[in-house]
Design a protein. Structure first.
Length: 171
């Protein structure tokens, strides 16, 4: 039940009249309802899109690679991060996580140094010797193979993890 005021002045208690709605809308009311609903849905979608666009997004990968050196070609392990967002991100730390949740820190053998600031679309590649990681993983008690996940830490302390890869320990 809806109460409608008879006069345009401030309502008084004795000027109220009760009216029941019949459930029908005329063409103008229907058009206004459709436009209002469309506007509400569109503004919600745009707000979500803007929120997702402005957040920090970092893609982390661990990848095997080959490095040419004076003594030939050596196997290496690269830790790669790419800024997929619109905001710059300052990377201050990195590492590899083992299945037991322990972290491995390795000496970076690539020319890029930390901290580094990645703007939209830029990437950072850190590299280390395959044997160095294999030795550290073996010291942790793992044999044959293990799943490793790389991570990077930004200046606010947030960690960005990558997908796990199967790392084969070679003696």
């Amino acid at each position: 039940m809806i109460q409608i005021y008879k006069s345009r002045s401030l309502p008084r208690i004795n000027t109220l009249e009760s009216v029941e709605l019949t459930g029908t809308l005329d063409a103008i009311e229907l058009a206004a309802l459709i436009i209002a609903t469309y506007g509400a849905i569109l503004s919600t979608i745009l707000a979500i899109y803007k929120f997702l666009e402005d957040r920090k997004r970092l893609k982390v990968e661990v990848s095997p690679s080959l490095v040419a050196s004076g003594s030939g070609v050596q196997k290496a392990l690269d830790l790669i991060c790419s800024n997929l967002g619109k905001r710059p991100i300052t990377i201050i730390s990195y590492g590899i996580t083992l299945p037991n949740k322990r972290n491995i820190f390795f000496f970076n053998r690539s020319p890029q140094a930390l901290p580094c600031t990645l703007s939209d679309g830029q990437c950072c590649i850190l590299s280390t010797s395959w044997g160095e990681i294999a030795e550290t993983v073996a010291d942790e008690g793992y044999k044959d193979s293990v799943e490793l996940a790389g991570y990077f830490v930004d200046a606010t302390g947030r960690r960005y993890y990558g997908k796990k890869i199967r790392f084969i320990i070679e003696e």
